[in-house]
Design a protein around this ligand. Structure first.
Ligand code: FAD
Length: 258
């Protein structure tokens, strides 16, 4: 059977296979929907690739590929590129065996109980969290750089147009308040929780992966506080250290890679 076999996984870990699958889908499927990339979309793609080349905590082969795509792209000074030209650089692994983005998807932590659940959108969130956390290790970088790159990528390319609209509205509302690298991690975390809250119980929710205010008390007891009046409150210091550790490159599992 050609059906994707179920891959057992730990629900409280991040998998490199999901991150690489997300890059494959993003760069070979989503960006490919544009035969010609120009204007706002070209600026968005340049920013996105630059951020990936800088912060993606990938295997050496994948990093070599991202860096070569990045230097090619930043050298394109004309007003437009064709997707075919971009794809040629992306698929250059035939020339150099130490430079490649694996073909195809192997979802692991982003597997859903049905094929239409989870997968790529789950991978996108995971990738974005990983990148904001990676950026906290960089000194003297613009605290909004990674969020800005994601915002522009989503705006120009993300296939779910309604999602893109919602995300842009949240960004327009509150992204300007991000003034440190940790507040960028926080912004994405709380924006994701707002989306979870909106989507809880919706048809798009995988019944085996309910939308929750994340992380659950089981995953991070110290992140949760109950106020005297019984209301829930996050312990922000604990939540930040949880996020930094959960999405750190050293916590990413390498199972199921080719
Ligand atoms: P996801 O929400 O995709 O999360 C993936 C994993 O991240 C979870 O399994 C969990 O491990 C972790 N996680 C969960 N919450 C957090 C958090 N707050 N911080 C850090 N990590 C967390 N769908 C719609 O129907 N309407 C929309 O408007 C919409 N907007 C979207 C906007 C963006 C930018 C993206 C990337 C996706 C959007 N989606 C939207 C898709 C939706 O948010 C989910 O990605 C999809 O339903 C799959 O859900 P999931 O169960 O895999 O969990």
């Amino acid at each position: 059977s050609t059906e994707d076999p179920w891959r057992p996984f730990n629900r409280s870990r991040v998998y490199m296979a999901d991150l690489e699958s997300t890059l494959h889908y993003s760069l070979r499927m989503e960006v490919a929907a544009h035969t010609v990339i120009k204007g706002e979309a070209l600026i968005a793609l340049k920013k996105y690739i630059a951020v990936l080349a800088e912060y993606f905590p990938g295997r050496p082969v994948v990093m070599n590929l991202l860096k070569s795509v990045n230097s090619w792209l930043q050298n394109q000074i004309g007003g437009e590129i064709s997707y075919d030209a971009f794809k040629e650089i992306l698929d250059n692994s035939a020339q150099s065996p130490d430079t490649a983005l694996p073909e195809g998807v192997r979802w692991v932590g982003c597997q859903g109980s049905q094929p239409h659940f989870r997968r790529y959108p789950c991978g996108v969130w995971t990738l974005f969290h990983v990148l904001t956390v990676q950026a906290t290790n960089a000194e003297e970088s613009d605290p909004q750089e990674v969020l800005y790159a994601m915002r522009k990528y989503v705006h120009s390319f993300f296939g779910c147009r309604l999602c893109a609209e919602h995300f842009e509205n949240m960004a327009r509302e509150s992204m300007m308040d991000v003034d440190t690298l940790s507040s960028a991690v926080f912004w994405l975390w709380s924006s994701h929780n707002r989306v979870n809250n909106r989507l809880a119980g919706a048809l798009s929710e995988d019944p085996n992966f309910p939308k929750i205010q994340w992380p659950s008390p089981e995953m991070c007891p110290a992140c949760h506080m109950v106020k005297a009046n019984g209301d829930h409150q996050w312990n922000k210091d604990q939540a930040l250290s949880f996020l930094l550790s959960y999405f750190s490159s050293s916590s990413i599992l390498k199972d199921y890679l080719e």
